[in-house]
Design a protein around this ligand. Sequence first.
Ligand SMILES: Nc1ncnc2c1ncn2[C@@H]1O[C@H](COP(=O)(O)OP(=O)(O)OP(=O)(O)O)[C@@H](O)[C@H]1O
Ligand SMILES: [Mg+2]
Length: 468
Amino acid sequence: MDYKNILKLISENISSGLFIVNKEGIVVFYNQSANDLAGLNVENAIGKHMLEIFPKLTEETSTIMRALTTGEVIKNYVQNYYNYQMKLVTILSNTVPFYENGEIAGAIEIFSDVDQYKNQNKYNKKQECNIIDRAYYTIDDIVGVSQFVNDIKLKIKKIADSKSPVLVYGETGTGKELIVQSIHNLSKRRDNPFIAQNCAAIPATLLESMLFGTALGSFTGAKDSKGLIEAADGGTLFLDEINSMDIMLQAKLLRVLQEGHVRRIGENKTRFVDVRIITALNQNPYKAIEEGRLRNDLYYRLNVINFSILPLRERSEDLEVLSYYFLNEFNRVLNKNIKGFTDDVIEFFRSYSWPGNIRELRHSIEHAVNMTEKGVIAIEDLPKYIDINHKDADEIRENSGGEKNAIIINAPLNEMMNEYERKIISESLKKNDYNVLKTSKGLDIPRQTLYYKMEKLGIRVDKRVEQA
Ligand SMILES: Nc1ncnc2c1ncn2[C@@H]1O[C@H](COP(=O)(O)OP(=O)(O)OP(=O)(O)O)[C@@H](O)[C@H]1O
Ligand SMILES: [Mg+2]
């Protein structure tokens, strides 16, 4: 088989750029995409040295030269440079040396345009991945009448102006984003940037360069570019789904938090930044640590101020007011005049577990406002999957003799056990007037264990306890 021809055929039909150099760094092969992406400043690069083609590069800054001299495999390396049209391009490259008779004989670099992926939504699968630089929500957007919501609002007011890091933990749809934006908008930082970045679904190296910025790129006419940490100077940087951030990158973030300055990738200089870091996760932090998804040391540094958001099913006092709030919203948006909900609906809302929390409630009401043909929302107007759950729960109750507290098996065992444990601890705390010491004695467990369990199960420490 003629591998040379096959290589040519492949290289002509891929959008990635490809360079092959020999052990001296002389280009022996490159494709049209490499030419287009790198904006070569020579007519024919074959036979020329890498550093001649890219005069701004040095032995150290060129990934190819590095691979040749050190034998290093440089994976997912992100670099910024200006191409021949003076357009800023961000590329992701992989550089691999190859060997003959045990010695480095050359190197291959394959690279692609990151922006192109972004446009294809490859890295931006979730809408939340988009960088936003303004906070829209304020504390007045937080609706609710429960003690829990009142406490949250008080706490936001108390801590808004502090520079200490904040960690927000809550199930999906519980309003973490709302709380984080409200903190920013209530702080003195409100006129400065609010930058939000979702840490999931972005390759670690790309996220690293997005956060820290890059200095000299490896291609022609490289220009410095600042990262999100610097871009948020004077304001707030919100890192969502921190438990999805690469563990090595978490260590680098910890360093920024400890030292208060950043160093762009490829730069020796450090720059001081005044950024308040807020992080969120939708998994219990202890579980995230246990699973190795969150560094212990970073957690303690981030957890200076902590918001643990109760799921909707545990604050049913908020259900009605939230339901009417969303009803009004969709009446307005959809130009309708629905007056309210049947008693059945309200009763069902109280019994439903709301796995998607407030977001799910909002969507259900939007659905119902669209569907209803009457003046009030009835059970049949709710989305079908919710209705089915409703019936299931009823059937289980009926089959088990209609007893009110019959066991409903609707989740994995450990989740149901957690739920049971949560109920026991919540009830005991209530019984003991939220005195942790008394409660721990009553349950015959050490106080530290009780604290641990409360945190793990997301049982909020009541204000009275905090003061005790
Ligand atoms: N207390 C509240 N009052 C009014 N609306 C709320 C409240 N909490 C949440 N919402 C609404 O619910 C939706 C989900 O909220 P948000 O995006 O803040 O949740 P989240 O916890 O960040 O979710 P995820 O973990 O999925 O990112 C939004 O439309 C938000 O406006
Ligand atoms: Mg969110």
